[in-house]
Design a protein around this ligand. Structure first.
Ligand code: 2U9
Length: 403
């Protein structure tokens, strides 16, 4: 039986293979060649494991750079490395010898691994020192400018309008972009044969099993319908939002924005409508005393209905609001039709109210001199940089609305 104490683990790399032995007993392992007979091992073909350790540690310590160190690591501990080969040779030993020799080999392996780590740290530190000595950072260079985003003119105008009507006591109401026929047309007193109900004018969704079709709302009026159905008067709401119509040319886009207002109370009358819109126009254009003209018009949902013009001048190709002898159409309005009140469960004998509708793009173009409607939706960054607004300039009546 082999002694438990390992006296000299020996290994030698010969042309025939790698052998390992412990004095008093032996074990063999070969790489690429059959195991030599025991007497050959005993005859002095074994190198001292300690010699291998010393040899490899010297190689580690002498490695001039990280690349060379990696080569030593692969030679020593890699899959086909010398230590790995020695480990494999344990398989040929008897169990007791294997245990003792295995412990010794692990000690050698750990020592080599620790030496590699230590050398790696030294070489890395030296490399960093060299880099710090070589490279210079110019801390006097000015920072690269950060590109700030900007607020789209539609968002800006939306916020301005909400600020103005908020001051007058209007609450903002919202509703779905996809509507049904009742909320978009029927409740608003559209006759069954009204052209807006045609496929030609409105985006309809596919027919449902009951034969009905949902649609993309053509105005934000369904928001007011929903509010009237769910909330008893008094009502004072502003409904800004996206709307959709099957129109696409120089002055129409299939999606556009509008805001509509609705006021319902027992004594609300046309005078309130005129005062409210006068207040809005002057606040929005930031001009005192803007003369206004209410021209009779027709909408199915209001009676009487009017289109509103404001005084302007177009002299020298420049638009000026509030002065001059021209008129500029700006919005539509009217007193809510009794049929609409009835359809929404409000008694027209007790309540009446007014409503108005304004195109957001239109008033943004007028105020900010944007000539082409289509550019609003082209996502051109140069356009956005030119017409956009600083993100932190939130419009308020006291702090200023526009630029
Ligand atoms: C309810 C009752 C009445 C909203 C109104 C207009 C007049 C109007 C257009 C302006 C430009 C739409 O964006 S635009 O093309 N709108 O002229 N809108 S009165 O009347 C309502 C709304 C809801 C329940």
């Amino acid at each position: 039986m082999c002694p438990m104490r390992v006296l000299h683990g020996r290994a030698v790399q010969t042309g025939a293979g790698l052998f390992f032995g412990v004095r008093g007993c032996y074990a063999t392992a070969t790489i690429g060649a059959p195991a030599p007979p025991p007497h050959r091992l005993m005859d002095g073909y074994m190198d001292d494991l300690e010699t291998l350790r010393a040899e490899l540690i010297t190689a580690v310590e002498d490695a001039p750079d990280l690349g060379a160190l990696e080569e030593v690591r692969v030679t020593a501990l890699g899959k086909k490395g010398r230590v790995t080969a020695l480990m494999k040779s344990l398989g040929g030993m008897d169990p007791e010898t294997r245990k003792a020799a295995g412990q010794e080999m692990n000690r050698v392996k750990d020592a080599i691994a620790a030496a590699i780590e230590a050398r790696k740290g030294e070489l890395e530190a030296a490399e960093l020192d060299a880099r710090l000595a070589r490279e210079r950072i110019d801390v006097t260079l000015s920072a690269r400018p950060e590109r700030a985003g900007s607020i789209h003119p539609i968002s800006q105008t939306w916020d301005e309008v909400v600020a103005i009507f908020g001051q007058m006591g209007f609450a903002v109401a919202e509703g779905p972009d996809i509507e049904d026929d009742f909320h978009n047309f029927t409740a608003l007193n559209f006759p069954p044969d009204h052209p807006a109900r045609e496929m030609h004018d409105t985006f309809f969704l596919p027919q449902r099993p009951d034969g009905s079709r949902h649609l993309l709302r053509t105005h934000t009026s369904p928001v007011q319908v929903r509010t009237m159905i769910h909330q008893p008067p008094p009502i004072r709401i502003l409904a800004p939002g996206r709307t959709y119509r099957s129109d696409s040319d120089m002055t129409h886009t299939p999606m556009f924005h509008q805001f509509e207002g609705l006021v319902i109370d027992e004594t609300t009358h046309m005078g309130h409508l005129k005062g409210c819109l006068q207040e809005f126009v002057e606040a929005y254009f930031e001009v005192d005393d803007v003369p206004m003209r209410f021209r009779p018009s027709f909408f199915p949902f209001t009676e009487p209905s009017a289109e509103v013009d404001i005084r302007c001048s177009r002299k020298g190709g420049e638009l000026r609001i509030g002065a001059g002898d021209d008129w500029l159409e700006i919005l539509g309005c009217g007193m809510v039709h009794p049929n609409v009140l009835k359809a929404c469960g409000i008694d027209p004998a007790r309540y009446q109210g007014f409503a108005f509708g304004v195109g957001l793009e239109r008033i943004a173009m007028l105020k900010y001199g944007i000539p082409d409607l289509r550019t609003f939706f082209e996502s051109d960054l140069r356009w956005l940089r030119h017409y956009g607004f600083a993100a932190l300039d939130v419009p308020t009546l006291h702090g200023g609305l526009g630029r």
